[in-house]
Design a protein around this ligand. Structure first.
Ligand SMILES: Cc1cc2nc3c(=O)[nH]c(=O)nc-3n(C[C@H](O)[C@H](O)[C@H](O)COP(=O)(O)OP(=O)(O)OC[C@H]3O[C@@H](n4cnc5c(N)ncnc54)[C@H](O)[C@@H]3O)c2cc1C
Length: 394
C-alpha cells in the first residue's frame, strides 16, 4: 500500500491544518487532555461540531447526498489524524457514526428529513439504548417491552450503561415487541425523544470517578410509531448493522496516535533511561502502525459504499487493547505522581496547575476508565467469536 501523500492530498492536509488552527481553541485542547472519561463534554465539543457543519465537514463518513463532504479514504484519514493531533473533540458519535448511517439505510423519508439534518448540525444529541441488566453480550435476551396501542407503543423496562443519556435529547433503543419464535425475531428498533413523560435517567459513576453512564427507565412511555426504524419485529437486522459502525465506524488511529504522542513525551521527560519502558513504548508504536492498516481497510469498505463487516471486530479488538496499553504504561511511567487523586470532574474545570502536573492527575482515572475499552461496543471475547466464525466460515 502506497501511503505517500499525493500533491492534492498535501494541499488538502494544509487546508485541514489551517481550519483546525482556527477552530480548535486552547480551551478545547486542554479539555481533551484532561478528560478522564471516554467523551469530552458536549458543551465543549459542540462548538467544534458547529464549525465543522459550517464548513460542510461535520459528517465525514456520510455520502454526499446526505451532506457528507465526498472525501476519498485518504482524505478522511488525513482529517482524522489531524483532528487527533490538534486535540479536536468529536461530538456525539452515537449520532453521526451509529444512528445516522442506520437512518440512511433503513429509515423512512420522513425520518431522514427529520433527523439527518439535526445530526449534521449538532442540534440533536443521541444516546444508545441497547444494553439492559442481564442483556449485554446476549443482547437478544432484552426485555424492555413495547406494546402496540394505536399510533403509539407503550414502552416499559430499563436500559443500562447508556453513555451520555443525561446530555442527550434522543435515544435509539431496542425493544421487545413479540415473544413468539426466535428471540431475535421479536425485537424492534425505535427512535425515542428522551423528554417524553415516563422516561427517567439516573446516573452511574464509573470507577474513574466520571459520570458518563446512566440507567434509563421507561414507565408507560408513549412512543409514536413514526419513530420505528424498519418493520416491527425486524429490528435485529437494523441493530446488527449499527454495531458494525459502532465497532468500525470511525478512524481510530488519530485518537490513539495523539495519546501515544503524549505517552512518548511523558516517558521522554520522566524515564528516558529505563530500557524496559522505552521497549514497551516502541512495541506499542509498532502495533499502532499495524492497527492503522486495519483502519485503512475499514475506510476503503466505507468508501466503496459498504458496511465494514467482520473486520470492524478486528479493529475494535486492536484499538481497545492498544488504548489500554497506552494508559497502563502512562501510569507506570508517572510512578507515584499518578496516585494523587482529585475527586471533582471535569478536571479542566477544577485544576489550575502547570500542564504536566495537571495531566499526571488525569492518568490514573483514565487508566481505570480504560479498563472498559475491552467491554464497550461488544467485549473482546465477543469480537473474537465473530472473527473466529467469519474466518472459519462457521
Ligand atoms: C464504556 C462503556 C460504554 C457503554 N455504553 C453503552 C451505551 O451507550 N449503550 C448501551 O446500550 N450499552 C453500552 N455499554 C454496554 C456494553 O455494550 C456492554 O457492557 C457489553 O455489551 C457487555 O455486556 P455486559 O456488561 O452485560 O457483560 P456480559 O455480557 O454479562 O459479559 C460478562 C463477561 O462474559 C463474557 N461473555 C459473555 N458472553 C460470552 C460468549 N458468548 N463467549 C465468550 N465470552 C462471553 C464477556 O466477554 C464478559 O467478559 C457500554 C459499556 C461500556 C463499558
Amino acid at each position: 500500500m502506497d501511503l505517500d501523500l499525493s500533491p492534492q492530498d498535501r494541499v488538502f492536509r494544509d487546508e485541514v491544518q489551517a481550519f483546525l488552527t482556527e477552530t480548535v481553541p486552547p480551551t478545547m485542547r486542554r479539555a481533551q487532555d484532561l478528560t478522564t472519561g471516554f467523551i469530552v463534554e458536549p458543551d465543549i465539543s459542540i462548538h467544534f461540531h458547529r464549525a465543522l457543519a459550517r464548513k460542510g465537514w461535520s459528517v465525514p463518513n456520510w455520502p454526499v447526498e446526505y451532506g457528507g463532504p465526498g472525501w476519498t479514504p485518504v482524505q478522511r484519514y488525513i482529517f482524522e489524524i489531524e483532528c487527533g493531533r490538534a486535540g479536536a473533540a468529536p461530538y456525539n458519535g452515537a449520532g453521526t457514526q451509529f444512528v445516522g448511517p442506520v437512518i440512511m439505510r433503513f429509515g423512512t423519508q420522513q425520518q431522514k428529513d427529520t433527523y439527518l439534518p439535526r445530526i449534521r448540525s449538532g442540534e440533536d444529541h443521541w444516546a444508545q439504548g441497547y444494553s439492559e441488566p442481564g442483556s449485554g453480550s446476549d443482547l437478544a435476551s432484552l426485555k424492555t417491552k413495547a406494546e402496540s396501542n394505536g399510533d403509539h407503543y407503550i414502552v416499559n423496562g430499563q436500559k443500562i450503561w447508556t453513555t451520555m443519556a443525561h446530555r442527550s435529547n434522543r435515544i435509539f433503543a431496542l425493544v421487545r415487541t413479540s415473544n413468539e419464535g426466535k428471540r431475535q425475531e421479536g425485537i424492534t428498533f425505535l427512535l425515542i425523544d428522551l423528554d417524553l413523560p415516563g422516561i427517567t435517567i439516573r446516573p452511574i459513576i464509573g470507577n474513574g470517578g466520571d459520570h458518563e453512564f446512566n440507567e434509563v427507565f421507561f414507565d408507560n412511555a408513549r412512543v409514536p410509531k413514526v419513530g420505528r426504524v424498519g418493520e416491527e419485529n425486524k429490528g435485529w437486522e437494523v441493530a446488527k448493522y449499527l454495531l458494525e459502525f459502532e465497532r468500525g465506524g470511525t478512524v481510530m488511529a488519530g485518537r490513539v496516535r495523539a495519546q501515544f504522542a503524549k505517552l512518548a513525551h511523558l516517558i521522554a521527560t520522566r524515564c528516558l533511561g529505563d530500557s524496559d519502558v522505552t521497549a514497551r513504548l516502541a512495541e506499542i508504536g509498532t502495533d499502532l502502525d499495524a492497527m492503522e492498516m486495519i483502519d485503512l481497510s475499514v475506510l476503503s469498505a466505507h468508501q466503496a459504499g459498504g458496511n465494514p463487516g467482520p473486520i470492524s471486530s478486528l479493529l475494535k479488538l486492536r484499538w481497545s487493547e492498544l488504548r489500554q496499553a497506552v494508559t497502563e504504561l502512562a501510569v507506570e511511567a508517572a510512578g507515584e505522581d499518578a496516585l494523587r487523586w482529585v475527586t471533582e470532574r471535569p478536571l479542566y474545570e477544577t485544576l489550575q496547575l502547570p500542564p504536566d502536573e495537571e495531566e499526571a492527575l488525569a492518568l490514573m482515572p483514565r487508566y481505570l476508565n480504560g479498563r472498559a475499552f475491552t467491554i464497550m461496543g461488544g467485549t473482546t471475547e465477543i469480537q473474537t467469536n465473530i472473527l473466529a466464525k467469519s474466518l472459519l466460515n462457521l
